[in-house]
Structure formats: structure tokens, C-alpha cells
Design a protein around this ligand. Structure first.
Ligand SMILES: Cc1cc2nc3c(=O)[nH]c(=O)nc-3n(C[C@H](O)[C@H](O)[C@H](O)COP(=O)(O)OP(=O)(O)OC[C@H]3O[C@@H](n4cnc5c(N)ncnc54)[C@H](O)[C@@H]3O)c2cc1C
Length: 384
């Protein structure tokens, strides 16, 4: 690390991982670091807010937290688009300038490769982006029954339970509209079981799907939509008819990460314990990282805590003993106002562990505190 008094930490991406890291560094090292936090967006939106946009009658603006509210000592937010990352030089170029970092952290998340599935852009719906959730919300009222096919188009994808949450909430909406009986819902996915982290968690999902008459087609992948005939083409060549196709898009690293040489195997390579890339003083956290485990905000947050501890220890001439555990508790919407929680730990033991709690109405109340707690921690009190 360069020997100068105040270290410049540049964090690329102000999502779950970037915001958590900026907040931790501000709290622990405000006098010893200068943090530049860069994101192309005007504000942060929680992943689960996309379900609220799709089913909960909220608009995108009301669930976005503007970055201008960020008031953390020693943290400067820049709304800029990152166009180049040179990890060897720790030099970053954006549409607004360029930055030299003592410590660089890549927290740019995962993007969607819609074009990887021919016909999907023209003939399918998705709710993994805000724009997609708004489009699908507007399309649903015209659906009058038939077959809804929900397809996970590739692994890995964000928030493993989210396709099933979508199915449960869609079921509720169709019941409410009185058209569930004339609708068949099928979920088709490459995984052998819905949430393969443990058989118990998957069984719970399979039971909940079955209770609603939703079919789960395992280990099958939709590779193309034949839009004129309204058929999904599977890897095997088989075709499945649909009236409404909802896809969980193929995920990829943002182009700027692919071009940086950090993601030679598709996702950013890191040391699993410290989250350091092969480039000195360049870390990566969150969905952008290539650790074989679930991608979710709570894991990005856990990773940011590990990197914060490592940076603090190193600046004090110490060594952090903390290793990344891939730990987090994820809330899951089961419909009917009930929420469940998966408590997962992917890397802390000899094999991944996960337990499911609920679903219950009490957990729905707990979930309502998730966003406000983080908003307060990440954004701080806005100046009067
Ligand atoms: C429907 C749905 C439900 C979900 N529910 C949950 C849930 O209940 N719990 C949970 O923990 N997770 C949930 N997730 C997943 C969660 O949203 C992500 O896993 C999490 O946001 C990942 O955090 P991250 O910091 O790695 O990336 P992100 O939060 O995606 O942040 C990356 C940031 O990088 C920025 N960026 C990318 N490229 C550039 C560029 N070139 N220039 C500038 N900025 C750039 C983006 O604008 C973005 O703000 C859900 C996701 C979806 C889609």
C-alpha cells in the first residue's frame, strides 16, 4: 500500500456492497481515508422493490433512495459512468473524469444479457430490472388466462428464491382476479431443485409450489423463444407452449469489468477469504465476484464487512483474522402477506448450510425494517 497519510479508496458501484463498504470505512476510518463512491445511477433501489413495483402498486421513483441524500464523513459520491478500469495501475476512467486509487474495490454487480436468449426481448417479460418490472406490471391486466411459463434462463442469477417469489405472488394476483383456474403456471429451471443449497429448503419450496398447483420442471433450460408460435425452445430441442413467458435473464458482469481483464472466467476472480483480486490492493465484492455461491444483497453486504475489516487492519499495520463466510439472511415472499427467511452460510463450514424459518406474518413485519435500517446506516442523516 502507498505510504501517504490519507488513503484514497475508490469504490466502483454504489449498490449493496459499495454502500455497505463506504459506510463501514466512514465509521471506522473517517480521518484516515478519503472514499470516492462512483455509480451511474441517481439513486439506489433494493432488489426486492422490483416485486413491489410489479405487484404492490408502488412506482419506481418512490422506492429509489437518491444518492444526493448520502451524508457520510469522508465519502464523496460521484454520479458517473465508469468506462475503463486498469486494475494493475488502480486507475479508473469515467465519463466525468479519472481516478487514481490507493485501494480499489469493484462492486459493480451483475448485468443482464437479454440478447443471449433469442426472442426474449420481443416475446418475453422480466421483472429483474426496474424497467422490466414496470413493463410486466402494465402487461398483466390484459392477461385473461392460459399458460404462464416462468423460465430461469441460466445460472448463476440474483436472489435464488426470486423466481419462486414471483410465482407465488403471481398466483395470488390471479386468484384475486378470479382467473387462476383458467391459468396454468409452470416454472422451468436448470437447477435440480428450486434452491439447491440444502434439500430441506428446496423441499419447502416444492411443497409451497405444489400447494398452489404450480409445476416445477427441473434441469431444463429455455434457450430461445419462438415468438410467432409462442413456444419456448428448450436445450433438448423440445418446445413448450406459453401465453405469457416470464424469464429470469442470463446474467453477466458489466462490460467495463469484462474489458478490464478482472473476469477472465466470466466473473471476477478473488481470494475467497479476503476478496482480494490477483491485483494488489484491488478487491471485489458482491454479485460481480465468481465464488460459486448464491448472489444476493445480503452476501454483498457480508463481503463488504470483510473487506472493510481488512482495510482497517492493514492501515493500522495489523492483519484481519476475519475470512469471508458467505453468510446472510434472506427474506422470501410467500404470498398472502406471509414472509419466510433463509439463514444461509455458504463458506463458513465444510459445506454450505441453510435453514428456512417461517413463513409467517411476523416475518413480514421484520422484513419491513430491512430497508429503513440500511437506509439509515448507508445514507446517514441528511444535513439540515
Ligand atoms: C427481483 C429481485 C429480488 C431480490 N431480492 C433480494 C432480497 O430479498 N435480498 C437480497 O439480499 N437480495 C435480493 N436481490 C438481489 C440483490 O438485489 C443483488 O444481489 C444485490 O443488489 C447485489 O449487490 P451488489 O453490490 O453486488 O450489486 P448492485 O446492488 O447491483 O450494485 C451495482 C451497482 O453498480 C453500478 N454500475 C454497474 N456498472 C456501472 C458502470 N459502468 N458505471 C457506473 N456504475 C455502474 C450499478 O448502477 C449498481 O448501482 C434481489 C434481486 C432481484 C432482481
Amino acid at each position: 500500500m502507498v505510504a501517504s497519510a490519507v488513503k484514497h479508496v475508490v469504490i466502483l458501484g454504489a449498490g449493496f456492497g459499495g454502500l455497505e463498504l463506504a459506510s463501514r470505512l466512514s465509521g471506522a476510518l473517517a480521518d484516515e481515508v478519503r472514499v470516492t463512491l462512483i455509480d451511474q445511477n441517481e439513486g439506489f433501489t433494493f432488489g426486492f422493490s422490483k416485486l413491489d413495483i410489479l405487484f404492490g402498486g408502488v412506482d419506481a421513483a418512490s422506492v429509489q433512495i437518491p444518492y444526493r441524500e448520502l451524508a457520510k464523513p469522508s465519502v464523496e459520491f460521484r454520479q458517473e459512468r465508469i468506462s475503463r478500469i486498469d486494475p494493475a495501475a488502480r486507475h479508473v476512467t469515467t465519463d466525468g473524469g479519472s481516478y487514481d486509487a490507493d485501494i480499489l474495490v469493484v462492486a459493480l454487480g451483475a448485468n443482464y444479457d437479454i440478447a443471449a436468449t433469442p426472442g426474449f426481448a420481443e416475446g418475453g417479460q422480466e421483472y429483474y430490472s426496474i424497467a422490466g418490472a414496470e413493463r410486466m406490471r402494465d402487461v398483466l391486466p390484459a392477461f385473461e388466462g392460459g399458460t404462464i411459463l416462468i423460465g430461469v434462463l441460466a445460472q448463476p442469477y440474483k436472489c435464488p428464491p426470486a423466481p419462486f417469489e414471483g410465482a407465488f405472488l403471481l398466483h395470488d394476483q390471479l386468484v384475486e382476479r378470479g382467473i387462476r383456474e383458467q391459468t396454468e403456471i409452470r416454472v422451468i429451471a436448470p437447477m435440480s431443485a428450486p434452491v439447491p443449497v440444502t434439500p430441506e429448503v428446496s423441499k419447502r419450496f416444492l411443497d409451497e409450489l405444489e400447494a398452489r398447483g404450480i409445476e416445477y420442471l427441473a434441469q431444463q433450460r429455455v434457450v430461445e423463444l419462438d415468438v410467432p408460435s409462442k413456444e419456448a425452445v428448450l436445450e433438448s430441442g423440445e418446445r413448450l407452449p406459453y401465453d405469457l413467458f416470464v424469464g429470469i435473464p442470463v446474467h453477466c458482469v458489466p462490460a467495463v469489468v469484462a474489458e478490464s481483464g478482472l473476469a477472465e472466467n466470466g466473473w471476477v476472480t478473488v481470494d475467497r477469504g479476503t476478496l482480494m483480486t490477483p491485483f494488489p490492493d484491488v478487491y471485489a465484492v458482491g454479485d460481480v465476484v465468481g465464488i460459486p455461491m448464491a448472489k444476493a444483497g445480503v452476501f454483498a453486504e457480508n463481503a463488504a464487512g470483510v473487506v472493510a475489516d481488512d482495510i482497517v487492519a492493514r492501515l493500522r499495520g495489523e492483519t484481519s483474522e476475519r475470512r469471508y463466510e458467505g453468510r446472510g439472511n434472506c427474506f422470501i415472499e410467500f404470498g398472502g402477506g406471509r414472509v419466510g427467511k433463509i439463514e444461509a452460510n455458504f463458506l463458513g463450514g465444510p459445506s454450505p448450510t441453510a435453514e428456512i424459518v417461517g413463513p409467517s406474518v411476523d416475518l413480514a413485519t421484520d422484513k419491513r425494517t430491512f430497508a429503513p435500517i440500511r437506509r439509515a446506516r448507508w445514507f446517514g442523516e441528511a444535513p439540515a
